[in-house]
Write a protein that binds this ligand. Structure first.
Ligand code: HEC
Length: 156
């Protein structure tokens, strides 16, 4: 599963399309991209942002859409859960940030059709970090620890 993202990023790079400022400005190890699930202010802000911008697809309880592993008739995937039962926690902070900023389609230069929009023009970088921090704050301690390890492995 984890292998999918590097390929997607390579494809986006190869396409040479300036999809969104976030993708190009932030290097793979940008230290500014670090979730803060222990910061109550960030988590509270993130919860508001989640309810306003993410819950309609990803669910009020982060449960995702029904049958989220099965593509719909249009070939698109439903929104996956962001709770510990999904695979959001399989991805390091920087990948979660980029995906939220430019959307799954933006990551591939538009070659991949997805219902999820990019939020770069709607949310600030800090708001994107806050909403992802809120998501991480809901995971049980062992999943948060595993996600910390994934981040450590992704660091140069
Ligand atoms: C219009 C529906 C919609 C909205 C609104 C939406 N998403 Fe998504 N999201 C999706 C879909 C559909 C996918 C599956 C991606 C695909 O097409 O492969 C997804 C995937 C993701 C992923 C990748 C998860 C993984 O396991 O790989 C992340 C992270 C994510 N969304 C974060 C967010 C955040 C944060 C918000 C709110 C700021 C948000 N999404 C709002 C539909 C949505």
């Amino acid at each position: 599963m984890g292998r999918r993202w590097p390929n997607v990023l390579l494809a986006a790079g190869a396409a040479g399309i300036a999809i969104g400022a976030a993708f190009w400005i932030l290097g793979p190890s940008d230290p500014a991209i670090a979730l803060t699930p222990d910061d109550p202010a960030a988590v509270a802000l993130g919860e508001q942002i989640y309810d306003a911008h993410c819950a309609s697809c990803h669910g009020d309880q982060l449960e995702g859409q029904p049958n989220w592993r099965q593509r719909g008739p249009d070939g698109r995937l439903p929104a996956p859960p962001h709770d510990a039962g999904g695979h959001t926690w399989h991805h390091p902070d920087v990948q979660l940030f980029r995906l939220t900023a430019v959307g799954p389609s933006g990551l591939t230069g538009g070659s991949y059709a997805s219902d999820m929009p990019g939020f770069a023009g709607i949310l600030t970088d800090g708001e994107i970090i806050a909403v992802l921090s809120y998501i991480k704050s809901t995971w049980p301690p062992e999943v948060r620890q595993r996600h910390d390890q994934i981040n450590a492995q992704a660091a140069p």
